[in-house]
Ligand binder design. Structure first.
Ligand code: CA
Length: 228
């Protein structure tokens, strides 16, 4: 899951990034509106957290431009951050297509809960979990369960598994997996992906879930056998 945080207060941006990285987001930071606009043109995101009071280009303008774009570039869920007295901005933001808002100052757990809910809505429609044979992936709690018992997976292993589950029956390239894991400009190499896949396979063994290597192309999670 890839997230853009557009926030000009470096302390707040850093706090948000740290807190949201822990729940499995790969994070890009934009310290001003122009940078945010540029990143939104060049990268698709699962969620955008947008401060409205940004230098160089206001948050509302970033949002307006984004929502004019077609396809994935224009449809990512947007959570706006507004000042306590910013009622008018909030209303304009929602009118322009923001999905939710938080008033500063806010608690990080509150933000995390909203972020999860928005991503869930955006990516998974109404279904907050995947069921794959005996394996269940809970996208709200960010955990995988085998026969209802949680599996011990790291945040990165969960991200890899999530991407494979979103693409059941289709080959996923190492580059795609690296992309899902990475923050802006710091993508893990394909060797790191091999390590995550290796660990994931071991941990998924009891679930009888097999991640196949498709030589030269990537990895494939087969559809679960019928009747499971
Ligand atoms: Ca600001």
């Amino acid at each position: 899951m890839r997230l853009l945080i557009a926030e000009d207060d470096p302390m707040l941006a850093d706090g948000l990034a740290r807190s949201l990285a822990q729940i499995g987001f790969a994070i890009d930071l934009a310290p001003d509106g122009l940078t945010a606009d540029h990143m939104l043109l060049n990268q698709s995101y699962d969620l955008v957290i947008l401060d409205l009071g940004l230098p160089k280009m206001e948050g509302l303008e970033v949002l307006r431009r984004m929502r004019r774009r077609s396809g994935a570039a224009g449809t990512a869920p947007v959570l706006i951050l507004t000042a306590r007295d910013g009622l008018e901005d909030r209303v304009r933001g929602l009118d322009l297509g923001a999905d939710d808002y938080l008033t500063k100052p806010f608690d990080l757990p509150e933000l995390e809960a909203r972020a999860r809910a928005l991503v869930r809505r955006g990516k998974f429609g109404v279904s907050p979990q995947f069921v794959h044979g005996r394996l269940r992936f809970d996208t709200i709690g960010r955990r995988a369960l085998l026969d209802d018992r949680p599996l011990d997976l790291s945040a990165r292993e969960l991200s890899v598994l999530e991407t494979l589950l979103l693409n059941v029956g289709r080959v996923v390239s190492k580059e795609q997996l690296a992309e899902q894991l990475a923050g802006w400009g710091e993508e893990p190499g394909v060797n790191a992906i091999e390590v995550y896949i290796h660990r994931l396979r071991k941990k998924l063994e009891p679930a009888e879930v097999s991640v196949r290597t498709v030589r030269g192309l990537g990895y494939l999670l087969d559809k679960p056998p019928a009747g499971t």
